[in-house]
Design a protein around this ligand. Structure first.
Ligand code: DUC
Ligand code: ZN
Ligand code: ZN
Length: 487
């Protein structure tokens, strides 16, 4: 393209491009990055980025937005409120859930979420297909059709009464997804252990929010991750293990990957910045922090960081799941709930990038390149968003311009609709001051400019992460199973 045609030039920043980190200008034409280089000719608009870091917009691949929980509570955000908080925090693409519940037709669920996001979203967005009603219609027809139509990731729960899939249903989902070309994301905790622990705790009077963490033993995560890996290997279907919280979980994933299993894994902001100790506060305050799996120990945090360093964990997401601290959300069961009655989840779309920038870039843990990889490039690659998560000619101009010197004390509430901020009072260094989505300035010096509905649905082609390894387990290999065709 003719260089004279730049609509915007971002000038003089330090750019974390796919080709490396260097001082450069970025020329944007229309929605795309057209050129990266020194001394680009003037654009119709110039953005001075001297002294700034110019990074790809974040990709948050695990957020619950305008979603009905398993317990029947609508979470606090609309697509508008969730994604405005995302973009103000430097995230330009979100993947949230089209959440089926029992009795619902998956095709209708997807149409409903798609329409609501089209009206409200300020980020580009895709959906994980959440399967909680794995009947024949869903497994044989709707799920494969929706995957082929471009919704290339599926989500299932191994626990929670109202959404859980059984082992057999999980295998059905894995096989159906394999046939259509998608990735299966899993909430991996052992259902029986959780249920038994919770009942035993409540029966003995341990009702306070902090006992939620006791009711989700680390053994439940370890067991379910182990089981899930075996299922994935049995049918040769890639999986993504959501929100890994334990050192043992990381260790099992490391071993499985070394053995050639196609297993991806994420952890989330709160597991790196909160521990179980944060729940030990008087009254119901800790309800604000309840999430599943729960926060663990400092030693687990160290293991998660090590896993992120070694690429055992490839993705850092928020698991944004906002419920207000009132009768519409956390206290929907009244003023004296036991921990089982408190909705799980905390807001995190806006805090994710600044907290991680501070830890990884300002304080130097793993560094700038790994920050970009874990928060943007890897989720874009794994979830088949080839125009997102990196800065290179031809890609969407989704760019966050960070002031690496600015110190911000995180406020009591962010721009989502949760009404509180679990990271309130922490001071971070580094802030995304200006954010572009597909070449449009969405945030300018911290002020929101984008309009609801400006985000676009991202339909996806099956990419590398969705491809089976081709290593058939003995029982699925006709050469070794007496000729049975099980696919
Ligand atoms: N855990 C989840 O798995 N999803 C939403 C919120 C939570 O805490
Ligand atoms: Zn989950
Ligand atoms: Zn979640």
């Amino acid at each position: 393209m003719a260089e004279a045609g730049f609509d915007i030039v971002i000038r003089g920043g330090t750019v974390a491009a796919s080709s490396g980190i260097a001082r450069a200008d970025i020329g944007i034409a229309g929605e795309r990055i057209a050129a990266i280089g020194e001394g680009l000719p003037p654009g119709r608009r110039e953005i001075d980025a001297r002294g700034r870091l110019v990074l790809p917009g974040g990709v948050d691949s695990h957020a619950h937005i305008e979603q009905l929980s398993g317990g029947g509570i609508m979470n606090a955000d609309t697509f508008e409120t969730a994604t405005r908080s995302a973009i103000l925090g430097g995230t330009t693409s979100t993947i949230s859930f089209a959440a089926q519940h029992r009795g619902m037709r998956l095709t209708e669920v997807v149409a409903d979420y798609t329409a609501r996001a089209a009206r409200g979203a300020l980020t580009d967005h895709a959906f994980h297909l959440m399967v909680a009603n794995p009947d024949r219609q869903t497994i044989d027809t709707d799920l494969p059709a929706l995957i082929r139509a471009g919704h290339r990731s599926v989500k299932v729960f191994m626990t929670y009464d109202k959404v859980q899939v059984t082992d057999e249903q999980l295998l059905d989902v894995l096989i159906a997804t394999r046939s259509a070309g998608g990735l299966v994301c899993v909430h991996a905790e052992n259902h029986g252990m959780l249920k038994w622990m919770a009942e035993r705790l409540v029966a003995r009077g341990y009702r306070a929010p902090k006992y939620h963490a006791v009711s989700h033993p680390r053994a439940a995560e370890i067991e379910a991750i182990f089981r899930l890996i075996q299922f994935s290997v049995l049918v040769d279907q890639p999986v993504m293990i959501f929100h890994v919280s334990t050192a043992e979980g990381v260790e099992m994933i490391r071993r499985a990957r070394a053995d050639g299993a196609k297993v991806f894994a994420e952890t989330c902001t709160h597991y790196l910045f909160q521990t179980i100790g944060d729940l030990d506060v008087p009254g119901l305050e800790a309800a604000k922090l309840l999430c599943s799996p729960p926060q663990r120990l400092p030693a687990d945090q160290e293991a998660l960081w090590r896993g992120l360093e070694l690429d055992d964990l490839q993705v850092l997401s928020s698991d944004h799941a906002p419920y207000r601290y009132d009768e519409t959300g956390k206290l929907s069961a009244g003023a004296d709930p036991d921990f089982k009655q408190i909705a799980n989840g905390q807001p995190g779309l806006q805090a994710r990038m600044p907290l991680l920038f501070d830890a990884m870039v300002s304080k130097g843990r793993l560094g700038l390149q790994r920050f970009v990889e874990l928060t943007a490039t890897a989720p874009a690659r794994i979830y088949d968003l080839p125009r997102k998560g990196a800065i290179a000619p031809g890609l969407d101009a989704d760019i966050a311009i960070w002031n690496p010197d600015r110190r911000v004390t995180l406020p009591a509430a962010f721009d989502d609709n949760a009404g509180y901020n679990p990271f309130e009072g922490r001071t971070v260094q580094g802030w995304p001051e200006t954010v572009l989505l597909r070449g449009a300035v969405a945030v300018e010096d911290g002020v929101l400019r984008a309009k609801p509905g400006s985000g676009r649905l991202l339909l996806r082609e099956a990419g590398e992460a969705t491809r089976p390894t081709g290593r058939l387990s003995p029982e699925f290999d006709p050469a070794r199973n007496f000729g049975a065709d099980l696919y």
